[in-house]
Design a protein. Structure first.
Length: 490
């Protein structure tokens, strides 16, 4: 029987719960908003509390006999051509860890692109899996990393044939996409599974003018964040599975091991509603978004000092395979300032928050939710920024290393270094020492220094000058980077 994509099992179950006037002597303790602080209700609205019920014993009965979550997950799998889909209320940070642990195990090896998100590195630390780092494709003139090539994965497998599988990040937060089909082919010729961290690609299955979606490209597991490019609530994530290289029960078990026993059904409902919205209207909505993005990108390009990265910048030999135009990544190097300072200026003067920012770029993430009103406001702010460029030109400069200088020796495994006895040393004295922490500019959340890497002067200078310029390092023990946490020496 064909799936009825007009259904939204979780939303419909919430409506039934309200209509039945269910009375719970269970968590959550606010009891349908009755116990919530009136000041919280005034800001959040009662609908948040009314929809905050138990998954089992609320949304469904105590034995989940209504199969509410299962039916919603099956509809999602059908919508995106996967064999199995699992919902998560803990974000893709959990989903990608579950995927890794379904493919490999402690002490085993996994090929991982070195442009992976910090959540992947956290998975390595927690699991004891040994990474085999696969180098991204570097655009040295723009100081940007694009996803690794299929040839790089083939070479890594040839050198480490015992690796259990591979993980690639695509698209990147900058919109650069990997050649997923070729990478999947490399993996499958060896009988190895491919994990795709597609956190920024929730929208990809729903329009042909976007880069190929991981399941269609042959990936075995795909992790995606519904809250990034979709309409879900923050922390809403799904992971999809296809093929016979990974047991769905094992993947489900790994997610259960890591996940919460108190999932927020509001997040489930957001995922469920977004799936139905995309199946019914996604092509039209995304088509309009792509047209709006094209007009907006052209208008930004016309602003003095701005250049919007496009396909000819990102794609080609030794670069990305494909490109998503919805993250409008703007190079503002000609303005003589940094993305950090520009982002602060936009928030202060126009109450506009940039998607990401670095030493020379800012990005405006466009989705199907944007329209002429939001993009007009954005363009007004960017033109004003250009007019005030002289005020921003004394920004501290960031000492960006070359790709060769950026890469450090993995002297110890991430787990071993992270849990080793450690000490803090002044940053100037950390050269040659083994890092005992992750140090990650955020956004986009790709660690510059990993536990177990031997720290070098160019990397420490990059981070120190970055902090001076406005870089945010949320996971460093000392966010100002006056000190660095390193492994104690014998």
């Amino acid at each position: 029987m064909a799936a009825n994509q007009a259904e939204a099992p979780i939303l419909e179950a919430l409506a039934r719960y309200a209509d039945a006037d269910e009375l719970g002597f269970t968590p959550p303790g606010h009891k349908q908003a009755r116990g919530a602080d009136p000041r919280a209700r005034a800001v959040l609205g009662d609908a948040v509390f009314y929809g905050d019920v138990l998954a089992n014993g609320g949304l469904d009965d105590r034995l989940a006999r209504g199969r509410v979550l299962e039916r919603a997950e099956n509809l999602m799998a059908d919508a995106v051509h996967a064999d199995h889909t699992f919902f998560s209320t803990c974000g893709s940070s959990l989903s990608v860890k579950a995927a890794m642990l379904a493919v490999t195990s402690p002490g085993h090896r996994l090929l991982v692109g070195r442009d992976a998100h910090k959540s992947v590195v956290a998975g390595l630390v927690l699991s004891g899996v040994e990474p085999v780092w696969v180098e991204p494709q570097w655009d040295t003139s723009r100081h940007l990393a694009h996803p690794p090539s299929a040839a790089a994965y083939a070479k890594a497998f040839a050198e480490h044939p015992d690796a259990d599988g591979a993980l690639v990040t695509s698209p990147t937060p900058y919109g650069a996409a990997a050649d997923l089909k070729s990478i999947a082919d490399v993996c499958h010729r060896l009988g190895k599974p491919l994990i795709v961290d597609e956190a920024w690609g929730a929208h990809l299955p729903f329009h042909d003018d976007l880069p190929s979606w991981a399941m269609d490209a042959g990936a075995d597991i795909c992790v995606t964040s519904i809250h990034k490019m979709g309409s879900g609530l923050e922390q809403g994530s799904v992971f999809h599975l296809q093929g016979d290289l990974i047991d769905p029960a094992e993947l489900d078990s790994r997610a259960d091991l890591l996940g919460t026993t108190s999932p927020n059904v509001l997040i489930y409902a957001g995922i469920d509603a977004w799936r139905r919205q995309m199946v019914q209207y996604g092509h039209e909505l995304l088509g309009r978004a792509l047209e709006l993005a094209a007009r907006t990108r052209a208008a930004v390009e016309a602003i003095d000092g701005f250049h919007v990265h496009d396909t000819k910048d990102f794609c080609g030999p030794d670069l990305a395979h494909d490109f998503d135009p919805l993250p409008a990544v703007m190079d503002i190097g000609e303005l003589g300032s940094t993305g950090y300072r520009a982002a602060d200026w936009l928030r202060t003067h126009h109450h506009i928050d940039a998607h990401l920012f670095d030493h020379r770029r800012i990005s405006a993430q466009l989705t199907h939710a944007d329209d002429e009103q939001t993009t007009t406001r954005l363009l007004t702010a960017l033109r004003d920024l250009a007019d005030h460029a002289a005020e921003l030109r004394d920004a501290p400069q960031v000492a960006v290393p070359s790709p060769a200088e950026l890469r450090m020796d993995q002297a110890r495994q991430p787990r071993d270094a992270y849990f080793a006895q450690h000490t803090k040393v002044p940053t100037a004295e950390a050269v040659g020492r083994i890092a005992a922490e992750m140090i990650t500019p955020y956004p986009p959340g790709i660690p510059v220094a990993l536990p177990g890497e031997r720290l070098t002067e160019p990397v420490l200078k990059y981070l120190a000058t970055g902090v001076e310029a406005g870089m945010f390092l949320p996971d460093a023990a000392d966010q100002r980077l006056n000190t660095v946490r390193v492994v104690e020496e014998d």
